[in-house]
Design a protein around this ligand. Sequence first.
Ligand code: FAD
Length: 434
Amino acid sequence: IEEKFDAIVIGAGMAGNAAAYTMASRGLNVLQLERGEYAGSKNVQGGILYADMLEKIIPDFREEAPLERHLIEQRFWMMTDRSHTGMHYRSDDFNEERPNRYTIIRSQFDRWFNKQVQAQGAIVISETTVTELVSDAYGKVIGVRTDRSGGTVFADVVVLAEGVNGLLGARAGLRPTPKPDHVALAVKEMHFLPRETLEARFNLHGDEGVVIEAAGTISKGMTGMGFVYTNKESISVGFGCLVSDFAENEETPYGMLENFKSHPSIAPLIEGSEVKEYAAHLIPEGGFKTIPELFGDGWVVVGDAAQLNNAIHREGSNLAMTSGRLAGEAIFQVKSRKDPMTKQNLALYKKLLDDSFVMKDLKKYKDMPALLHTQAHNFFLDYPTLVSKAMENFLRVDGTPKIEKEKASVRAFRQKRSLTGLVGDAWRLARAWR
Ligand code: FAD
């Protein structure tokens, strides 16, 4: 390819597709490069799609996009090895004309999204890995080199949407490589069941769906959690922990997933299912404090590659789509003014991002990742065990006077954690949450 493009987008995941669509639909000459066989072939997600963020890019996406179920119920489970203490929210209000959240299967969804990008006029080339960024003598990024022969391509601006590993950005010195305590490794399986069985097990009708998110002793004191998401005829079951925790402990990701699947609260939900797909993927979880430089001369970085992931709310694809869209809008505005793609002009992307929920949410939780990591033993082992014991004690009717039961539960908390420890944990949590 000899041509020079307005923009090159590296990667066809949520962020790359959003950026490429936004620019191509505004008439920019866009080249998108994807190393996978097709968009989505390498992508893994639980996965929940947040409709609002896609609607801002493709308003009528519901007409054609491959969506699984719209979510009407969320279960948060605090688990011990034999119990779970749950908080459920289910509402018929989620059975609305334009549902807010859907489960999706990324390989199908990304492929569809990328077809829409192509329909807007972008050139998409798959099975092509970008091997390095090309810069001019002043350090401005002016294009990319690929693994195809003679595969150097030029553009006014390069959008790095290469996902969590972000090797290109790291290699070019634009950002540091993510540290093991800033990324989680998640493994996921797809369990297939007849539709009627699945709907009966989860009390669902039509395309209604349920999400279960679970944390507690199942992560064995490491910072991590498990999830169960209902698709039309399958259930996505997964488990993830910080990479540094896996490195320090003797546990393996698949060992943790097996343990989660065999839990008495989970096993009946997937019993008799056929497992057809396995996947493993990293999730950036360092939050606000690990966000690298987001723009420079001739480049911007979006999505997971920029660590834009809200681990506290398990949101990633919506931050990826929004950052991709805002980068595309900023580039379009700079181009419309016929201004060069300098660092100074591309700062507009950061401004748009700062004004959006993306940076506001990540900033709000800036201290949470470190707190959950340093206090993992308390939050993932001790408290779930104490809460479970207190609940069992409360619910078991055995002739013990209630006043004695209450005293026993308070005693158990005080024995495990001093009053100062309890107050300190509550204070630290409240401070990190505010
Ligand atoms: P990706 O989707 O990873 O896309 C990057 C793309 O770049 C890939 O297609 C890759 O092949 C390509 N690429 C990489 N390097 C190169 C190169 N050198 N040349 C060419 N192409 C390249 N988020 C949610 O919102 N909801 C969920 O329920 C949810 N669940 C998750 C469950 C799991 C198990 C995991 C792992 C993640 C989950 N996430 C979820 C997070 C979400 O998947 C990510 O935040 C999102 O995919 C990020 O999009 P992205 O476009 O930045 O990166």
